[in-house]
Design a binder for this molecule. Structure first.
Ligand code: MV4
Length: 459
């Protein structure tokens, strides 16, 4: 039985996990860095232990300190949230050997799916479509060029230990391939300590659509529909929604079945996400699997009515899923804007500092997942996201109109934010019509007037 959970994270996701535990009657232990002493997750958890100085490398990434805190407070389980140690197979393994339940898949699954070339091979063998590319990693440059020529240009070079877009390079012809290959290798070595690369045919202008999976320890694996995450900037998602305006019933069904196949092939347990790229004709291809709860999970929660964090804990406790595939539908339309402390007019540079006035939106169909408040200081040490604003309703139009209304009542003073930028996107006819692909933000920035992203002077 799980009676006490250590939350190995910070910010809004730590608070989100505290809330789920409260409703389940489970005690919580927060761990925090010196920079987060005043954080809400620390104040609202039942217990809290400081695990080090502000830099993540000395606190939230220190498996040894987190496991010490776990032993000291005698917790039964650890929830890793997203980022930090959430996809670290070694950490999951250490939890397993300490007899502490890691709330997530088996360490072996994290390792298998963390190797992006092996993940491709695993799901492909199970009959899930993948993008034409290399069979596994290609480390020799000469062989890599030949492989690229066989696939046909343009190709995309990706890091085997990467994911989420870092260490990727596009090569348009054989002449530029070597240079791109070398710089991808250097970047991958620096970022992941592994310069191993693989190659795929480059798809122009795809949509990024991902499926939420839940799998219990008894072999029940279901999907909870999709999230369209095409609106991203430099591989950071900005807006996510469910259902996708691009999918019809038939495509959703086929993609959902493929997502379940991929999860089964990975012997998956707990909550996970299968990422696909979808072309204009509706062809879809697996790109990678994320073995964690994702930032945008709330969109699926509001569209389906299912609490994914509670389900993660129930699954980790060994309980069976209390619903089956036929019980799941996207009954509402939900949309999320990631609100960040950054300045869109200055190339989106981070804007840490103290929030001296704060009023968050509310009302019917509005959900605010945030750890900040008036007087809170946004630290330069962590991600700049300060809030996930989610609105939902019966139709996409209701959710979008509600989002614009909610954004319009958001008051944040003292730091710069992207509120005006996302407002402009929500109003943009191309976005409204559901036409956004992964090139959308770049195109929008090229044609949008600069004033749009600046704070409106007070009337
Ligand atoms: C691609 C792709 C096109 N073709 N793979 C980016 C994040 C990571 N999860 C996979 N990503 C992509 N993989 C193939 N074969 C396009 C993306 C992609 C992207 C690429 C360049 C610039 C922005 C992008 C935004 C979303 C997805």
């Amino acid at each position: 039985m799980i009676r006490k959970i250590l939350i190995a994270n910070r910010g809004e996701i730590a608070l989100r996990i505290v809330r789920a535990c409260r409703e389940l009657g489970i005690r919580t232990l927060a761990v925090y860095s010196e920079a987060d002493e005043q954080s809400l997750h620390v104040q609202l958890a039942d217990e809290a232990i400081c695990i080090g100085p502000a830099p993540s490398s000395e606190s939230y990434l220190r498996a040894d300190r987190i496991l010490s805190a776990a032993e000291l407070a005698d917790v039964d389980a650890i929830h890793p949230g997203y980022g930090f140690l959430s996809e670290n197979a070694e950490f999951a393994e250490q939890c397993e050997s300490c007899d502490i339940t890691f709330i997530g898949p088996k360490s072996e699954t994290i390792r298998q799916m963390g190797h992006k070339a092996r993940a491709r091979e695993t799901v492909s063998k199970a009959g899930v479509p993948i993008i034409p590319g290399s069979d596994g990693p290609v480390d020799d440059e000469k062989i890599a060029v030949k492989t690229a020529q066989k696939i046909g240009f343009p190709v995309i070079i990706k890091a085997v230990s990467g994911g989420g877009g870092r260490g990727m390079r596009i090569a348009h012809n054989a002449a530029t391939f070597a240079k791109e290959f070398q710089s991808a290798r250097l970047e991958a070595e620096k970022a992941f300590g592994d310069g191993s690369l693989y190659i795929e045919k480059y798809l122009e202008d795809p949509r990024h659509i991902e499926f939420q999976i839940l799998a219990d320890q008894h072999g029940n694996t279901i999907h909870l529909g999709e999230r369209d995450c095409s609106v991203q900037r430099r591989h950071q998602k900005v807006i996510e929604e469910s259902p996708s305006p691009f999918l019809d019933k038939s495509l959703r069904n086929r993609m959902g079945k493929a997502a379940i196949k991929a999860a089964l092939a990975a012997d998956y347990v707990n909550a996970g996400t299968i990422e696909f790229l979808v072309d204009a004709k509706g062809n879809f291809y697996f790109i990678e699997m994320n073995t964690r709860i994702q930032v945008e999970h709330g969109v699926t929660e509001e569209a389906t009515g299912i609490d994914l964090i509670k389900e993660q804990i129930q699954i980790a406790s060994g309980n069976r899923l209390s619903f089956s595939q036929k019980d799941i539908s996207l009954t509402k339309h939900a949309i999320e804007c990631r609100i960040c402390a950054e300045n869109p007019a200055k190339g989106f540079i981070p804007s840490p500092g103290t929030i001296d006035l704060y009023y968050a939106p509310g009302g019917h169909g509005v959900r605010v997942d945030s750890h900040v408040y008036g007087g809170y200081t946004v630290s330069p040490h962590y991600d700049s996201m300060i809030c996930k604003l989610i609105t939902y309703g019966r139709t996409r139009k209701i959710a979008l109109d509600r989002m614009y209304r909610a954004l319009s009542e958001y008051l944040i003073r003292g730091i710069d934010t992207n509120v005006e930028f996302v407002k402009a996107v929500i109003l943009d006819p191309a976005f409204r019509q559901g036409e956004a692909t992964t090139s959308y933000v770049e195109e929008f920035l090229a044609r949008a007037p600069k004033e749009l992203f600046e704070k409106k002077p007070k009337e």
